[in-house]
Design a protein around this ligand. Structure first.
Ligand SMILES: [Zn+2]
Ligand SMILES: [Zn+2]
Length: 268
């Protein structure tokens, strides 16, 4: 019997500070406060059904930023079976503290998977998490249901390094990539992006005005160049700062879209 396809849902599409930025009164941040089209919580996605068995508990998150509690509430989720972590920056792991507390109260240990070198970085920031969360280094590949999942190190510019994830379905051949925090990928780092049906790529600005040496995430203009080169079926942009105004028409190609909270894709 063919298994039900997994479903990807965006729960957060903001950059490290989210939108609105606390200190900022720009028109995008003001719109985010008033009507909320541009309101963006820290980047986080939910994947339902990786195991393929149709269990409602089969929910995986990629990353766990400081907006995690509100994102769980908005999604109507009471618990999380597993998490995949991209890197140990606060906007991607700040919510682990709250998750660990939830695990303590529900007496269910959390299962977090991360590249081996990321785990000590997480522990260095929050040394008590191991009491309630099991951190498992990702073996290559991590196999869940029909999905083969691999992670690889990507340049994160001024901010050091992050990891991207590629998911390959063994039966359908569907492949998709989550790469929220990267810039200036070299050929080796780009290779796993090739042949993907869907690429989720982080782009903080439309055209980032700051000197390259101080930057850490692609901008939209660079993402479009990458799309030209890689030709994915679709590209969804996430990890967006207050520079990106969803009320504006950017003239993106048909198969490139800005992700928004609640946006879903069937991974099939
Ligand atoms: Zn980030
Ligand atoms: Zn602003």
């Amino acid at each position: 019997m063919a298994s039900a396809p997994a479903v990807l849902t965006f729960l957060g599409t903001g950059d490290s500070l989210g939108v609105p930025r606390v200190y900022c009164s720009c028109s995008v941040c003001e719109e985010a406060r008033k009507t909320g089209r541009n309101r963006r919580l820290r980047s986080l996605v939910r994947i339902d059904g990786l195991e393929g068995g149709g269990s409602p508990d089969d929910v995986t998150l990629i990353d766990c930023g400081p907006d995690w509690g509100g994102q769980m509430e908005a999604a109507g989720l009471r618990s999380i079976r597993r998490m995949l972590i991209t890197h140990a920056h606060f906007d991607h792991i700040g919510g682990l503290v709250e998750w660990a507390d939830a695990c303590r109260w529900t007496k269910q240990r959390g299962q977090a998977y991360a590249p081996a070198e990321v785990i000590p970085d997480i522990r260095a920031r929050f040394p008590w998490l191991d009491r309630w969360i099991d951190f498992t280094p990702i073996e290559e590949p991590l196999v869940i249901g029909c999905w083969s999942i691999r992670s690889w190190r990507v340049h994160h510019g001024f901010n050091g390094y992050s990891y991207a994830y590629r998911f390959d379905h063994g039966e359908t051949g569907y492949a998709w990539v989550y790469c929220s925090d990267s810039i200036g990928l070299d050929e080796m780092q780009k290779a796993p992006l090739r042949g993907a049906d869907l690429i989720v790529l982080g782009t903080s600005f439309y055209r980032e005005p700051y000197p390259y040496a101080g930057r850490s995430v692609y901008d939209v203009t660079e993402a479009l160049e990458l799309r030209e080169e890689l030709q994915p079926g679709e590209m969804l942009l996430t990890h967006m700062s207050h520079d990106i105004d969803l009320r504006r028409e950017y003239g993106l190609p048909d198969n490139v879209k800005f992700a928004e909270a609640g946006m879903r894709r069937i991974l099939d």
